[in-house]
Ligand binder design. Structure first.
Ligand SMILES: CC(C)(COP(=O)(O)OP(=O)(O)OC[C@H]1O[C@@H](n2cnc3c(N)ncnc32)[C@H](O)[C@@H]1OP(=O)(O)O)[C@@H](O)C(=O)NCCC(=O)NCCS
Length: 179
């Protein structure tokens, strides 16, 4: 387990693509057995995800955020998200991904990553934040509820051959996360 004082949260750029991919693949393999098809998890290739991260970060738009959490042992988590400008959206910012490796969990890092992303959005004028989580991911749902997220919708998850649902959470006042 890492100590809160032993990590840094930094904005990620294209040069971090390989680190992001390693954390992404490891975290999915730790988190999603029993939730997503095991054949997909087994077949995840860090090199393919590194290319995706590199491409996305090379053409990132203003308002998009990727944060990497690093400990003395190396990268242990990341979060990504963006401002949502459309007035029809249920919130004006969204966290797309939030992952902390098992060995670094329960040290405050998940909260720190979510708070840091929220602070970046708030500084850009955001007032609210939403995210979606697999409805079967009870652990993450407990975490979001503990931090004040309110479930407001159940939506079918795209991909995976259908049948999965996601729960959408909202913080109507983003300051709940940033204070
Ligand atoms: C969910 C996740 C991000 C939480 O990160 P974490 O670093 O373990 O959590 P933290 O240590 O920051 O916890 C912050 C607070 O939430 C609480 N908490 C954490 N998990 C909780 C849970 N399942 N239920 C209730 N509260 C929880 C902690 O007790 C802590 O409370 P406190 O500081 O008020 O005492 C992390 O476990 C993770 O990455 N899981 C695997 C990937 C995943 O499911 N990601 C979400 C995909 S949408």
């Amino acid at each position: 387990m890492v100590d809160l004082l032993d990590y840094a949260i930094v904005p990620a750029g294209p040069g971090d693509a390989a680190d992001l991919a390693r954390v992404h693949v490891k975290s999915w393999r730790e988190t999603y057995p029993g939730h997503l098809p095991q054949t997909y998890l087994n077949g995840m290739r860090p090199s393919a995800h590194a290319r995706r991260f590199y491409r996305d970060l090379m053409r990132a738009s203003p308002g998009e955020v990727v944060l990497l959490a690093e400990s003395a042992e190396g990268p242990v988590g990341y979060a990504s998200g963006a401002r949502l400008k459309a007035e029809t959206r249920p919130a004006d910012s969204e966290v797309f991904t939030l992952y902390v490796l098992k060995a670094a969990q329960k040290a405050g890092l998940g909260r720190a990553l979510l708070n840091s992303a929220a602070r970046v959005f708030q500084a850009d004028g955001a007032r609210s934040l939403m995210l979606r989580v697999l409805s079967s991911n009870r652990k993450a749902r407990g975490f979001y509820e503990h931090l004040g997220g309110e479930a407001f919708a159940e939506v079918p998850s795209q991909g995976w051959g259908g049948g999965l649902t996601e729960i959408a959470y909202r913080w109507g006042d983003i300051a709940r996360l940033t204070k």
